[in-house]
Design a protein around this ligand. Structure first.
Ligand code: F6P
Ligand code: MN
Length: 314
């Protein structure tokens, strides 16, 4: 990413990573993904909205955009020279890039989360989880970095390597420049809430928790896209997103490797919390690449209250 044209106030992503003494190869990896996102923006804005004619591991029909976004990122990662293994929400198997994992990273990602919202022109995103070495089947706590890119009216990128959470915005030169450094969630009650899943399918504990949020003045703010919904909680510094265990879907909907672990890492880095209702998301040891889990994520007070309601009622 070029620094030409950057004013002293505009710290770009690569410079930010360098100034924070990040590992050179990790810097390279994060910047490769940031570069890949420029092609995804173009695909979203102008590309084919139709079906790809294939389905993913979850039985969901893939859009042409899902497949294209996956190819854009996979290709970048495979040629980066710093990646060992790749897992994508849109692929059935792990892609082995380099069997020699020494000094390399393994990456799990959701190339275009919320892609079914593109036809109604709502925001979507890319979510990325990064581990050192070969294995992706590890608790989220072992991630060395996580990031997401939000394609909304503006494009923003949020990353953490364990040294705070930082947000960048794309400028007119298609460079990511720093908006907020070290984002911290406020203490206290959640001011907004984003409840996924059908309410008639909520357990008694989740229903009690939803009523707690409502009676304590939390306002409903739900877009149906995980990335914009989480981003709202993070950037507003308060709120709660949930996609709980449902009577007809005990594991909820969202995917541990591709969606929950990276978001839990980012929200915890900002002083929030993430739980499946009984244990921290980052402590869950995955058994399969397509594991799902329920999630309650955002302001710590609200997540603790969700756990309390579930312990009492479920
Ligand atoms: O990939 C998952 C996703 O599209 C998320 O972006 C969103 O939070 C959730 O699914 C919405 O689920 P549902 O389709 O059940 O409303
Ligand atoms: Mn997704």
């Amino acid at each position: 990413m070029s620094e030409i044209g950057a004013t002293p106030l505009q710290i770009d992503l690569r410079r930010h990573l360098r100034e924070h003494d990040e590992d050179r190869d990790l810097t390279r990896l994060i910047c490769e993904i940031a570069d890949a996102s420029k092609y995804i923006i173009n695909a979203i804005s102008t590309g084919d909205l139709g079906m790809a004619g294939t389905s993913n591991l979850y039985g969901e029909e893939q859009l042409a955009l899902d497949v294209l976004s996956d190819r854009i990122i996979t290709k970048r990662l495979a040629h980066s020279g710093v990646v060992a293994n790749i897992a994508s929400e849109e692929r059935d198997d792990i892609v082995e890039v380099d069997p020699d994992c020494e000094g390399k990273f393994s990456v799990a990602f959701d190339p275009l989360d919320g892609s079914s919202l593109v036809d109604v022109n709502l925001a979507v995103g890319t979510i990325v989880s990064i581990y050192r070495g070969c294995s992706l089947m590890r608790p989220g706590r072992e991630q060395v970095a996580a990031m997401y890119i939000l394609y909304g009216p503006r494009t923003t990128l949020v990353y953490s390597t364990g040294n705070g959470v930082h947000e960048f915005g794309m400028n007119s030169l298609m460079e990511y420049t720093l908006n907020y450094e070290n984002i911290r969630m406020d203490e206290g009650r959640a001011r907004i809430y984003s409840p996924g899943g059908q309410r008639s399918q909520y357990s008694a504990g989740t229903e009690k928790f939803a009523q707690y949020l409502e009676t304590n003045g939390a306002k409903l703010r739900y877009s149906g896209g995980f990335v914009p919904d989480i981003n709202q909680v993070l950037i507003k510094r308060s709120g709660l997103f949930m996609y709980p265990h449902l009577k007809n879907a005990p594991e909820g909907k969202l995917r541990l490797l591709y969606e929950l672990n990276p978001m839990a890492y980012l929200i915890e880095q900002a002083g929030g919390a993430a739980s499946d209702g009984r244990r921290r998301i980052l402590d869950i040891r995955p058994e399969k690449i397509d594991d799902r889990a329920p999630v309650f994520i955002g302001s710590s007070e609200a997540v603790a209250m969700a756990e309390q309601c579930i312990a009492e009622m479920d």
